[in-house]
Design a protein around this ligand. Sequence first.
Ligand code: CP
Length: 315
Amino acid sequence: MKNYFSIQDIDSLPNWVDEAIKMKKNPLSHKTLGVDKTIGLLFFNPSLRTRLSTQKAALNLGMNVIVMNFTGEGWSLEYGDGTVMDQGNSEHVREAAQVVSQYCDVLAIRAFAKLENKEDDYSEKVLQSFMKYATIPVINMESATGHPLQALTDAITITEHKKNKKPKVVLSWAPHPKALPQAVANSFVEMMQHTDADFVITHPVGFELASQITKEVPIDYNQENAFKDADFIYVKNWSAYQDYGKTKSDGASWRITKDKMKLTNNAKFMHCLPVRRNVVVDDAVIDSKNSIVIEQANNRTFAAQLVLKKILENN
Ligand code: CP
């Protein structure tokens, strides 16, 4: 594995999850693996968990860490081939990626969907350009269409908490005042397709994820029906894929409540965070003993650490 761009870069999800759980028990077990190596973290969007957990993971492996917030601090980048750069963009990604490759041994990038143009977002312009021109491995810290570090985290968390071999896992859409990308949901779906589970997606009509990602995963448009007997409720908002980037102003009935959780098999509540309380989920649910969101966030470190370990060992 050179790059960690998507869930498809994982050769065996069960093996990776087992290894991450072992690493969690002894986080400093490979504390010299990354000595004298530097990771550069480039952020085109805000972050709390991804930024700090990836730094922590790198430090646990003995790496040096450089962080740059590109928006507002870096030169605005041009991605087009053959562009006459007489407009706003000051630097081409060709030079930027090659230059950064001289300062670092591993590069990690966060660049969200802009939700203006489906083709632009789903071509993964930023990540694909960096992977094309960088001469070092590139890690996806949430791109336009995927968040594979989060999904690996979610696989670890589900494995730790599942009580039966094949749990029922529900990915539920929930309301949000802003239009959000599909990245977290996409990677969660891809991850669940490599997991032994009874998996169902529930969302309002019109909020179908890309069919090339969901493939044969069942969709239940009735949220309460989907929740019945579930062992895990994984909640996320996403904007529409078909009517690209559109959100739903009348989606309040999809909020996660205590009554809906009562329909489940005493399900664990999961969310990648950040979450808007009492919009996405009621306090009574996120503060309940069944909420595992804080532990889920803790597992971000061990997902990132495992990915870094594999990259350091293979490059
Ligand atoms: N879940 C997640 O990626 O959190 P941040 O946006 O805070 O990094």
